[in-house]
Design a protein around this ligand. Sequence first.
Ligand code: DGL
Length: 276
Amino acid sequence: MKPYPAYPPIGMFDSGVGGLSVLRAVRSELPNQPVYYLGDQVHVPYGPRSLEEVRGFSEEITRFLISLGAELIVVACNTASAAALHWLRERFAGVPFVGMEPAVKPAAEQTHTGKVGVLATPATFQGALYASVVERFASGVQIYQDTCPGLVQEIEAGNLEGAETRRILETALRPMLAAGIDTIVLGCTHYPFVIPLIESIAGPAVRVIDPAPAVARQVSRVLRQQDNFRPGNAPGPLRAFTSGAVEDFSRTLNLLLGEARAAEGVVWSNGRLVPA
Ligand code: DGL
């Protein structure tokens, strides 16, 4: 056992508010654990950017979180995981990383129609990680993909059920549903916030897979291996950083996470992240 309060924070990041869907699951699985979350909102969306550029952001954000004491990094972003997970593990040898990959494996196991829809960003679909899960787990399953252009921006703005959000999702889902999918994989951490809308379009017969709870269980396993699991009943401190507008981020934290927090600002300066 470590002497209290030597429990280092979990460092988590995303391009914006999407990783809050993972943070929500981590808070529910590990309510006592300190967490530092960073949303790189000045650069959101990551999805249309090159993998190299997203890798550069991810490396610097990781360095920043480690400099604040994080000993475990959760890449709470499918796009950053696709672009950088492998690289980060090499670059920060000795630091454990938990990343996101589209949940094609459970979808392939659960589908009855043999047809699965995957919603993710262009960069995620381009990355080797996605190609590898499809190759390993989806043989014999037909995959229908869509990048849902504009959806990340609507969710960033807190529009979880507006007309434009519905239009984007209907455009993506209608052809897949007509083709007979019975399972939808959410391959972008922003998308769990629109599950109610997705379910209202897809209907009760279609299963929607949010990978966040499984990721939170993996985070718990790694913390225990590190002897960094914090027992007790005291809610873990949460710090939330954004490279975007601090007040907007505080509001969104409250809306999406139900936790009132004053977010802290960070700025990019010559490729480095520094407190605002
Ligand atoms: N939340 C992200 C993901 O999981 C990134 C979305 C974006 O910035 O384009 O892919």
